[in-house]
Design a protein around this ligand. Structure first.
Ligand code: SF4
Length: 257
């Protein structure tokens, strides 16, 4: 069980990473529906493959609710083949649209106007929606205040001895949500981070998009940024097999470092 010192660490990680890299403009996408499709496509594959699949859907003119409603399943499968597990993913995307039509008259706006816990429960009940997909949908497409936990998050927590990588998703989510909730109200100088940053850091930010710049509360923006920043750490430094701690903005926080 993570404790108050863990909360402080998470806050310091956020402030340090944000100082190092600034706004991440995550999630790239022009519409809320595009973000949701991306959240399904990114299951068990790299973002590069997701981008190719999204481009195929865009070129075919079906990257919209109506497009997915009308397209034959077999054609949808072909268009997203490059994202892997394409049969499952095509069925799941179709299932989401059928759910939206049935429960919310096909309106994402109506769905996202519901309480966070209600939408989350409904999404989690759908075929192929785990907590990461549900929370990506809520946070990045609907601007609801939930933190998205992914493999990168787990790896950093584990290597910094905050929580084991196998910890329960909800425990990690609660830790981040609790630790970061005061950030929007804290003046930056209140942060305990006075760390020197490496002089050259890779650029991690995505180009701004309609969805990354959408209007949202300060807290939602913090959850949004923290997930994007941890993706940057995972991609550039904290690899699966061997971490490259030299130059990582979080190196000064390594236990025993
Ligand atoms: S690369 Fe090293 S310093 Fe950076 S997050 Fe991973 S374990 Fe920590």
């Amino acid at each position: 069980m993570a404790s108050a010192p863990s909360d402080r660490k998470i806050r310091d990680y956020y402030l340090t990473l944000h100082r190092a890299w600034g706004a991440q403009h995550w999630w790239p996408g022009e519409t809320a529906f595009e973000v949701i499709v991306g959240a399904y496509l990114t299951q068990n594959t790299s973002w590069t493959n997701v981008e190719r699949a999204l481009e195929n859907l865009r070129t075919a003119g079906v990257l919209s609710l109506d497009g997915i409603r009308k397209i034959r399943l077999s054609r949808l499968e072909r268009l997203i083949r490059c994202s892997g597990y394409f049969r499952q993913k095509a069925t799941r995307i179709k299932t989401f649209v059928a759910f939206l039509d049935r429960n919310y008259g096909g309106s994402l706006e109506t769905m996202f106007s519901q309480p966070t816990s209600k939408i989350r429960e409904e999404l989690l009940a759908l075929n192929g929606v785990g907590p990461e997909t549900a929370d990506s949908t809520l946070l990045y497409a609907g601007n609801h205040p939930v933190f998205v936990v992914d493999a990168y998050t787990r790896r950093v927590l584990d290597r910094h001895k905050i929580l084991p990588a196998t910890s329960d998703y909800e425990e990690i989510r609660r830790l981040f949500e609790r630790a970061l909730e005061s950030i929007p109200n804290d003046p930056p100088q209140a942060a305990s981070s006075t760390l020197l940053l490496p002089s050259s850091l890779p650029s991690t930010a995505h180009p701004p998009s309609a969805m990354s710049g959408a209007k949202r509360t300060a807290l939602v923006q913090v959850y949004n940024e923290m997930h994007g920043l941890l993706v940057g750490v995972g991609k550039h430094f904290c690899g699966k097999s061997r971490p490259k701690c030299d130059g990582c903005p979080l190196q000064p926080f390594l236990p025993g470092g």
